[in-house]
Design a protein. Structure first.
Length: 198
């Protein structure tokens, strides 16, 4: 099964969670109206209330079951985290990312599971890959003193920037490595990741 692009997942989740939140807010609104009005013959019974709450529970669980196989990172995280074909070691400290000699562009194969291992020497940072239109592909928190590994399978070719996705003080805004990751080998191009190559 081909994974859904993270951009599509974001829009899908925005729509579904908005609908889910509106349904929950409707219960709160019903409760607020009910306690401020005098009793009447048109009162909603406890049975109707519990049926509505049951519907919300089923809707919420179904939402997660329905999206389980479409969210890009689920399969890799749960089943393939040890079967990666390439690993990229990146360190971060003093508000700078570092790898290799002079931070060469990382060449990543498309369609194969890879692992990014990021270590922090001082603060909690974030590690995220971003397209040239500033949309995020994936990210993780990087905590000092812990293994911070992220496995991923890219489905399209593209060039991505590395950015910190966590607040790490006033210098954190400058933590951007432009065009740091180049993915090749799929033949299908991520049109939102058409950055310049190094």
């Amino acid at each position: 099964m081909t994974k859904v692009d993270s951009h599509t997942v974001l829009w899908g989740q925005t729509i579904m969670y908005t609908a889910y939140c509106l349904a929950i807010i409707s219960v709160m609104a019903w409760f607020a109206v009910r306690i401020t009005k005098p009793r009447s013959s048109r009162e909603i019974t406890p049975r109707v209330f519990y049926v509505w709450v049951g519907f919300l529970v089923i809707l919420g669980v179904s939402l997660h079951l329905f999206t389980y196989n479409t969210i890009p990172w689920v399969k890799d995280d749960l089943h393939g985290s040890k079967n990666f074909v390439a690993a990229y070691d990146i360190s971060v400290g003093d508000h700078k990312f570092a790898w290799g000699e002079g931070n060469p562009q990382l060449q990543v194969p498309c369609g194969k599971l890879v692992k990014f291992s990021v270590t922090s020497t001082d603060l909690t940072y974030g590690f995220g890959l971003f397209r040239s239109d500033n949309s995020m592909v994936m990210q993780m928190q990087v905590v000092p003193g812990h293994a911070n590994d992220l496995v991923w399978t890219f489905e399209k070719d593209g060039v991505y920037s590395i950015r910190s996705t966590e607040y790490s003080g006033p210098l954190g805004y400058q933590m951007v490595e432009k065009d740091a990751v180049k993915v090749t080998g799929c033949g299908q191009v991520d049109t939102r990741a058409l950055g310049a190559t190094r």
